[in-house]
Design a protein. Structure first.
Length: 200
């Protein structure tokens, strides 16, 4: 039984991440999202909520290049050093003062959230996942510039349509997207939105 679970967990993306130097397989989810939607561009400022263990920081760093900036926030410290364009903050993403995030008052081009609750294997996982996304949407108008972009993870369920509608109200375009690197049995979905509306 243990061996079967191990084979599922250690799939092609797990091994690919090891070979290519990413700290987690989730890197390929963001790579695919960005390939399809071009959320992150060279020179962008990116805020990554729930950034541990750091694979999205790595992907964003490589895309924005030396003139970009990435700030990651997580309750878990990031052990790796991802270079001078990446800064991490240990703490609750929604207890951090937005002013601490906005270097020189400059807002972010992109808000990323790969946050997920500690799963219990029941319907509460979905509800707590949506709550995290709602918090990200609450934060977005304070830290993302007009025209900015968003990608956030949610577990599908009964509140998903309402969450999608709320996101559509804030951004010019919004769609659900399931990257190939997401495990088939997973209920993970990514809401990908572009063009934060003015006045939000």
């Amino acid at each position: 039984m243990v061996m079967a679970a191990r084979r599922v967990l250690h799939d092609e993306y797990f091994h690919k991440a090891k070979r290519e130097g990413y700290v987690a397989r989730s890197a390929y989810k963001l790579l695919e999202v960005n390939e399809k939607k071009r959320l992150i561009r060279r020179g962008d400022r990116v805020l990554d909520l729930g950034c541990a263990p750091g694979s999205w920081l790595q992907v964003a760093r490589d895309i924005v290049g030396p003139k970009g900036e990435i700030i990651g926030v997580d309750l878990t410290p990031i052990k790796a050093d991802f270079g001078p364009t990446v800064r991490t903050i240990v703490g609750d993403a929604f207890a951090v003062d937005p002013a601490e995030l906005l270097t020189d008052g400059r807002r972010f081009d992109v808000l990323l959230s790969d946050m997920a609750p500690n799963t219990a294997g029941n319907a509460s996982d979905h509800h707590r996942s949506v709550d995290l996304c709602e918090r990200a949407l609450d934060l977005a108008p304070s830290v993302v510039k007009t025209g900015g972009n968003l990608a956030m993870k949610v577990f599908e369920g009964e509140r998903y349509p309402d969450l999608l509608e709320r996101t559509k109200g804030l951004f010019a375009t919004c769609k659900g997207f399931k990257p190939k690197a997401t495990r088939e049995v997973s209920r993970e979905m990514y809401i990908v939105a572009t063009g934060l509306r003015p006045g939000q």
